[in-house]
Design a protein around this ligand. Structure first.
Ligand code: P1T
Length: 385
C-alpha cells in the first residue's frame, strides 16, 4: 500500500497488511515458528531464523512506520528494550542530554545500567532551551526527548530541540508514547528517531508489552536492524499480531481518549478538593500554545494534585471502582496511579521533589468508557477526602 496516498485512519488499518499470498487471509497470519526450511544449505526464501525475520513482525513494522511517516520500523520486545537498543548504537564515552522528567524506567536504564558501560548522562529541564544548550558537551551525541513528559506532562519543543541537537552534531530521539502517531509525528519536526512503548496507545488493550523504533535515516535503520538481531530483544509473532489488531482502531481510540480527558480535566479544574490539574489541553498548562502547534490532539494522560497529602490521595484511590490502580497507560480502560510510589519510585526523592512528583500527585490514564460514569467514579473518590 502506498503510504502517501491515504490518511492515517486508513493506513492504521491497511499499511503493511496485504492479504496473505497463499490463502488470501485478510488478517496477517501469526507466523509462530522459530525457523524456516531451506531447499539446500543457504538456499532460502529470505527467511532463515525467526530472531532475524518474521513476517508478522514485518507487517507491524511497516504499519507503524507508515503512521510515523518513517522509511523503516524496527520492533522490540518492550519499550525499554527499544530504548536500550537505540542507546546501543552509541559508544562508551558518549554523552546524552536527557529530559529531567522521563518515565522512571528510562531514568533507571540510563542512570543505573548504561552509566556502568561508560555512557554519560545529563538530566535537564528541556522546556528551558538555554539550560538545554548549556548541558551540551563536546562528546554529546544524543538528545533524549520524551514529550509530553511522564508524569509531569511538560511539552518539549521537538523542532527546536532537534535543531539544537543537530547544531552540536548530535541525534534527536523522541519518545512519542504519550501521543501516539495519531497526535504527534516527531520525524516531520526534525527528530532522527521516534520510539514508542507499544504496550500503551499503539496496542491500546493492555494485553501486550512491546516497543518500536522508527526512522528514515538509512544508517540508523541499518544499525538498529543489525542490533535487533545481534542483541535479540525481539517481540514474539503473537504479540505482533495483537498489536497490529489494536492499531486498527488507533485513530478512533485516540479521539475518544482525548474527548474524555478534556471533559475530566475541565471538571477537575473547578473542583474544591483538587489543587492543580496538569493537562496539555487546558489553557492553564504552561506549554499549551506549543502543544496546540506541535500536537494534533492533547491525549488521554493527566496528572492531578489533590488537596492534602499522601493520606488524602490514598483515601481517594481507595474509593474508585472504575479506575483501576495500576502502572501503565494507554489502554481502553481507565488506570490510575501515584508516580512517586509506583512508576517513578526509581527516581531519587530529591529529584522527584524538584520536579513536583509529590505523594498527592495522581496520574490518570483516561480510558474510553462512558465519560459520565468516569466522572461519577471520580466524584465518589473525591468525596472520601
Ligand atoms: O513498559 P515498556 O513497554 O518497556 O515501556 C517503557 C516506557 C517508555 N516510555 C514511556 C513514556 C513509558 O511511559 C514507558 C512505560 N511506562 C509505564 C509503564 C508507566 O506506567 O508509566
Amino acid at each position: 500500500m502506498k503510504n502517501e496516498k491515504y490518511r492515517l485512519g486508513t493506513r492504521a488499518i491497511h499499511a503493511g497488511q496485504e492479504p496473505e499470498k497463499i490463502t488470501g487471509s485478510v488478517m496477517v497470519p501469526v507466523f509462530q515458528t522459530s525457523t524456516y526450511a531451506q531447499k539446500s544449505p543457504g538456499e532460502h526464501s529470505g527467511y532463515e531464523y525467526a530472531r532475524t525475520h518474521n513476517p508478522t513482525r514485518e507487517a507491524l513494522e511497516a504499519c507503524v512506520a507508515s503512521l510515523e511517516g518513517a522509511a523503516q520500523g524496527i520492533a522490540f520486545a518492550s519499550g525499554l528494550a527499544t530504548t536500550n537498543t537505540i542507546l546501543q548504537t552509541f559508544q562508551a564515552g558518549d554523552h546524552v542530554v536527557c529530559s529531567d522528567d522521563v518515565y522512571g524506567g528510562t531514568f533507571r536504564l540510563f542512570d543505573k545500567v548504561l552509566r556502568r558501560f561508560g555512557m554519560e548522562f545529563t538530566f535537564v529541564d528541556l522546556t528551558n532551551l538555554e539550560a538545554a544548550e548549556k548541558a551540551f558537551q563536546p562528546n554529546t551525541r544524543l538528545v533524549w526527548i520524551e514529550t509530553p513528559t511522564n508524569p509531569m506532562l511538560k511539552i518539549l519543543d521537538i523542532e527546536r530541540l532537534s535543531a539544537l541537537a543537530h547544531k552540536h552534531g548530535a541525534k534527536a530521539v523522541v519518545d512519542n508514547t504519550f501521543m501516539s502517531p495519531a497526535f504527534q509525528n516527531p520525524l516531520a519536526l526534525g527528530a532522527d528517531i521516534v520510539m514508542h512503548s507499544s504496550t500503551k496507545y499503539i496496542n491500546g488493550h493492555s494485553d501486550v508489552v512491546g516497543g518500536i523504533a522508527l526512522t528514515s535515516d538509512a544508517k540508523i535503520a541499518q544499525d538498529l536492524r543489525f542490533l535487533q538481531n545481534a542483541s535479540g530483544a525481539v517481540p514474539g509473532p503473537w504479540d505482533c499480531f495483537l498489536i497490529l489488531r489494536g492499531l486498527k482502531t488507533l485513530h478512533v481510540r485516540m479521539d475518544a481518549h482525548q474527548r474524555n480527558a478534556m471533559t475530566i480535566a475541565e471538571h477537575l479544574s473547578a473542583h474544591k478538593k483538587v489543587e492543580h490539574v496538569i493537562y496539555p489541553g487546558l489553557k492553564s498548562h504552561p506549554e499549551h500554545e506549543l502543544a496546540k502547534r506541535q500536537m494534533k490532539g492533547f491525549g488521554g494522560m493527566m496528572s492531578v494534585r489533590v488537596r492534602g497529602g499522601s493520606k488524602e490521595a490514598n483515601l481517594f484511590l481507595s474509593r474508585l471502582k472504575l479506575f483501576t490502580l495500576a502502572e501503565s497507560l494507554g489502554g481502553v480502560e481507565s488506570l490510575i496511579e501515584i508516580p512517586s510510589i509506583m512508576t517513578h519510585a526509581s527516581v531519587p526523592p530529591g529529584t522527584r521533589e524538584k520536579l513536583g512528583i509529590t505523594d498527592n500527585l495522581i496520574r490518570f490514564s483516561v480510558g474510553i468508557e462512558d465519560c459520565a460514569d468516569l466522572i461519577e467514579d471520580i466524584e465518589n473518590g473525591l468525596a472520601a477526602i
